[in-house]
Design a protein around this ligand. Structure first.
Ligand code: SGN
Ligand code: CA
Length: 532
C-alpha cells in the first residue's frame, strides 16, 4: 500500500543531481590514507541511537548498565568525555549531524515544524556519494522529508514502532516487518553490507535506531532482566528548582508527568490515561506470542502495583525503578546488536579499514532533577555519548577531552574520506584529535540553542554557552531569565549564581563568549537580545 503522505516527498533523482553540491570525484578517495595501514579509502559505520545517555553505558558509567559491546568500541578506540549537541532534540540533532550546521542555519529547528527538513541542501552523505562512496541509511530518520544522498535507505515513519514496525521504502511504499525494531534495523544493515552494496567501493552506513526512545518497550526476550536490581536515586531527584523558573515550569517529571500506563505499562482496560489509546495501539501490533509474553511479564507487576496503593515519595521512587529497568532492557538489545555489527566487520576483515562511530541524538535524564526526557542545556541532555573504534594505523586510545559537538560529525566524515570540507560547514573535523593531536586553536566554548516551545514537556526556548568551567543560559520567549552555573563547584547545576555578588567578571567573560559564537554562527536571535 502506498503511503500517500510520504509518497509526495520522494525526491526525483534529477532534483538530487540539481542540488548543486560540490563534486570531488572518485580520486579524492585516494587521499583517504591518513593512518590507514591498508592504504585503501576508509569506510564509515555511523551507529546512532535515540535518547541513549552516557550514564547508561558502562564505558562511561559503571553504576547502572552493562554494555560490553559498546565498551568494545571504546576499548579499541576513543571515548569523548566532552561531547555535546547543538539542540537537544531528535529531528534538529539529526539535521545538525547531516549538515554540520546549527539549527538556525540548516533550517530544521524543532520536531513540531509543519515544514520538513529541506532535503535538497548539502549533507555529508551527498558529498561522500559524489566522492565515490556507497551510502546507506536504515532506521529512524525523523526529518519529515525523505532521505536524500543515499544509494539505499529504509526508514521508519516518524518515531517508529518497537514491535512489528513499518518501514518506508525507496518507492514511498510502507512495508510492515515482523520482529523487534532494533534487531530488524541491524538485519537490514548487515544484509546491505553482505548482499547489496558494491564491494569495490568504500561505504558509509548509517544504522540509526529508535531505541531507547520513550516508551521504552523491551524485547520479550529481555523482560526478565534487571528485575532484581534497585537503583540508587540521583542526589537531586527531589530538586525544588529554586532560583530556576524555567526548570520549575517543565513537564517532564517522573513523579508528576511520567504516565503509569503508557510509560510504565501499568495497563488494565479500565485504567484511565491520556495516552491509553496510544499504548493500546503499540501492544495491538504484537503477534499472539509476543503479546502473551508481554502480558505474562507485566500483569503481575500491575497486580502488585494495585495492591501497594503507593502515594507521595514511595510512588515517585517506584516509578523511577520501573523506568530504569525498562530503559536498561531496551539498552540490552541495542548492545547485542552493536555486537553483531562489530562481529560482522571483524569476520569480513573490515574492521581495520572502518571507522565505527557510536553516538546518540542527545543525552537524557535518568531521574536527575527528578526528570526523564531532554531539551535543556543542563549537563545530562546537553552531553551526548560519543565513542569511536579506530581503523588500523590510528593509535590514539583512551579519552579525548576537547569540546566536540554534533555539528563536527559531518566534517569529520568528509575529512576521513579525503573530501574537502566546504567552507559553509560550521563544525570542525575531529580527525586531528583521532590522530593524537591537541590543536592549540581548538574551540574554547560551545554554543547551544533549543527552539521547541510551546510544546510537549514545556521546556522554554533558550540559548547559551559553556566553556566547561561555567555555563551561561538565557531562557526567552514568554520568559526572560538568565542562569549562570559554576560547573566545578556545582556540577549538578542546582545553584543559579547569575546576578550574585562576585560573579560580575565571569558573567562578562561568558557574555563575550556567547556574543562571539552567536556572531560566528550568525544566529538571528542575537538581534533580538543584543549583547554589548
Ligand atoms: C515524543 C515523546 C516525547 C519526546 C518527543 C521528542 N512523547 O513526542 O516524550 O520528548 O517524542 O523526542 S510520546 O508520548 O510520543 O512518547 S525525540 O527524541 O524524538 O526528539
Ligand atoms: Ca532523541
Amino acid at each position: 500500500m502506498i503511503n500517500k503522505s510520504y509518497a509526495k516527498w520522494v525526491v526525483p533523482s534529477a532534483a538530487l543531481l540539481a542540488a548543486g553540491i560540490g563534486v570531488y570525484g572518485l580520486s579524492s578517495c585516494q587521499k583517504a590514507k591518513a593512518g590507514n595501514a591498508a592504504d585503501k579509502p576508509l569506510n564509515i559505520v555511523y551507529i546512532m541511537t535515540d535518547d541513549h545517555t552516557a550514564q547508561m553505558m558502562s564505558c562511561y558509567d559503571t553504576r547502572y548498565a552493562h554494555t560490553p559491546n559498546l565498551d568494545r568500541i571504546a576499548r579499541d578506540g576513543v571515548r569523548f568525555t566532552n561531547s555535546f549537541v547543538a539542540n537537544s532534540l531528535s529531528g534538529p540533532s539529526r539535521a545538525c549531524m547531516l549538515t554540520g550546521k546549527h539549527s538556525h542555519t540548516n533550517g530544521f529547528t524543532d520536531n513540531t515544524l509543519c515544514e520538513e527538513f529541506d532535503n535538497t541542501q548539502p549533507t555529508f552523505p551527498k558529498y561522500l556519494q559524489k566522492a565515490g562512496y556507497q551510502t546507506a541509511a536504515f532506521g529512524k530518520w525523523h526529518l519529515h522529508s525523505l532521505p536524500t544522498g543515499f544509494d539505499r535507505w529504509e526508514v521508519v515513519p516518524d518515531q517508529g514502532d518497537y514491535y512489528n514496525p513499518d518501514f518506508i521504502v525507496e518507492s514511498g511504499d510502507t512495508v510492515q516487518v515482523h520482529g523487534y525494531l532494533t534487531d530488524i534495523i541491524t538485519d537490514k544493515s548487515l544484509n546491505w553490507l553482505e548482499n547489496e552494496r558494491d564491494k569495490e567501493k568504500p561505504f558509509c552506513l548509517l544504522i540509526h535506531h529508535k531505541a531507547i526512545h520513550r516508551n521504552w518497550m523491551p524485547d520479550t526476550a529481555h523482560l526478565a532482566l534487571y528485575e532484581d536490581k534497585t537503583f540508587p536515586l540521583p542526589s537531586n531527584f527531589y530538586d525544588d528548582y529554586e532560583g530556576r523558573p524555567a526548570a520549575a515550569a517543565q513537564e517532564m517529571s517522573i513523579d508528576k508527568d511520567m504516565d503509569l500506563l503508557y510509560d510504565l505499562k501499568i495497563y488494565s482496560p479500565d485504567r484511565d490515561s491520556r495516552l491509553k489509546e496510544r499504548y493500546e495501539s503499540y501492544v495491538n501490533r504484537m503477534d499472539p506470542e509476543q503479546r502473551a509474553a508481554w502480558d505474562a511479564f507485566y500483569t503481575p507487576i500491575v497486580e502488585e502495583f494495585d495492591s501497594l496503593k503507593l502515594t507521595g515519595k514511595a510512588l515517585a521512587e517506584w516509578k523511577y525503578q520501573r523506568y530504569m529497568r525498562d530503559y536498561l532492557k531496551v539498552v540490552k538489545s541495542l548492545d547485542d546488536n552493536v555486537g553483531r555489527v562489530l562481529d560482522y566487520l571483524e569476520k569480513n576483515d573490515l574492521l581495520d579499514n572502518t571507522l565505527v562511530v557510536y553516538t546518540s541524538d542527545q543525552g537524557f535524564y535518568m531521574g536527575e532533577h527528578g526528570w526523564f526526557d531532554k531539551r535543556f542545556m543542563y549537563e545530562e541532555s546537553f552531553h551526548t555519548p560519543l565513542i569511536m573504534r579506530l581503523p588500523a594505523g590510528f593509535d590514539r586510545r583512551g579519552d579525548i577531552e576537547e569540546m566536540v559537538q554534533n555539528i563536527d560529525y559531518a566534517p569529520t566524515f568528509l575529512d576521513i574520506a579525503g573530501v574537502e570540507i566546504p567552507k559553509d560547514i560550521q563544525g570542525v573535523s575531529l580527525l586531528p584529535l583521532l590522530k593524537g593531536e591537541h590543536p592549540d586553536d581548538w574551540r574554547d566554548a560551545l554554543y547551544y540553542h533549543f527552539h521547541e516551545y510551546p510544546a510537549e514537556h514545556a521546556v522554554k526556548r533558550h540559548y547559551g554557552v559553556s566553556d566547561l568551567k561555567h555555563k551561561l543560559i538565557h531562557f526567552y520567549n514568554d520568559i526572560d531569565e538568565w542562569e549562570l552555573y559554576d560547573l566545578t563547584a556545582d556540577p549538578n547545576e542546582m545553584h543559579n549564581i547569575y546576578g550574585k555578588p562576585g560573579t560580575e567578571e565571569v558573567t562578562a567573560d561568558m557574555m563575550q563568549k556567547l556574543k562571539k559564537l552567536q556572531e560566528q554562527y550568525d544566529d538571528p536571535v542575537r538581534h533580538q537580545f543584543p549583547i554589548k
